[in-house]
Ligand binder design. Sequence first.
Ligand SMILES: Nc1ncnc2c1ncn2[C@@H]1O[C@H](COP(=O)(O)OP(=O)(O)O)[C@@H](O)[C@H]1O
Ligand SMILES: [Mg+2]
Length: 207
Amino acid sequence: MVTTDSVVAWLHKLDDIYTENKSYLTELDSAIGDADHGINMARGFSKVTEALEQQPPKDIGAACKTVSMTLIKTVGGASGPLYGTFFLKGSMQTVGKTELDAPGLLELFAAGVDGVVARGKAVLEDKTMVDAWLPAIEAMRAAVDKGITPMLAAGVEAAEQGMKATVALVARKGRASYLGERSKDHQDPGATSTYLMLKAASETLAR
Ligand SMILES: Nc1ncnc2c1ncn2[C@@H]1O[C@H](COP(=O)(O)OP(=O)(O)O)[C@@H](O)[C@H]1O
Ligand SMILES: [Mg+2]
């Protein structure tokens, strides 16, 4: 079972991971964007840590809600509202819940990704975070009966493949789309932060 404490551990891990990968994500964004993705993610999740410490969440829905509000408030650009929406929709799936089994955790992720797609209107192969999210959800759905650990492992593997596949794509959404063909041969920063988010989940939520 995933508990409120393990979700909080995941969120703290995201603060560490985005701090460690701040330059990497910003470098990716400097090639096809405005060189702020690492800064955005690191700032957002360090504020998430502060918010969770100020007001320890009583359940998983409350934790996700805090993340959502914090990201929307502190992260500008495309990624703040998109990840903010992910956690807002995730919080709506988990209101009052202190435990999630594999199907419950899948619902959190799937609702979050539906929110990202509804808000950003990106489809597969637009070279965005959606290229990591959608294959991950599909892989997790296929592995949900095996339990939380194998399900998350399948999600991480699919997200990594989706992230790598963005290299060959021409961007059709977000800032990178302004570059047209020149956006090719670069890995999408948002697909990379999504892969890192799932990798951190598999390291903290797996049981
Ligand atoms: N419409 C969209 N749908 C999904 N993801 C998007 C969309 N637009 C941009 N992104 C993601 O946001 C990432 C860029 O985030 P960031 O650099 O923080 O914001 P900005 O582009 O405003 O500077 C991109 O790499 C892409 O993955
Ligand atoms: Mg940017």
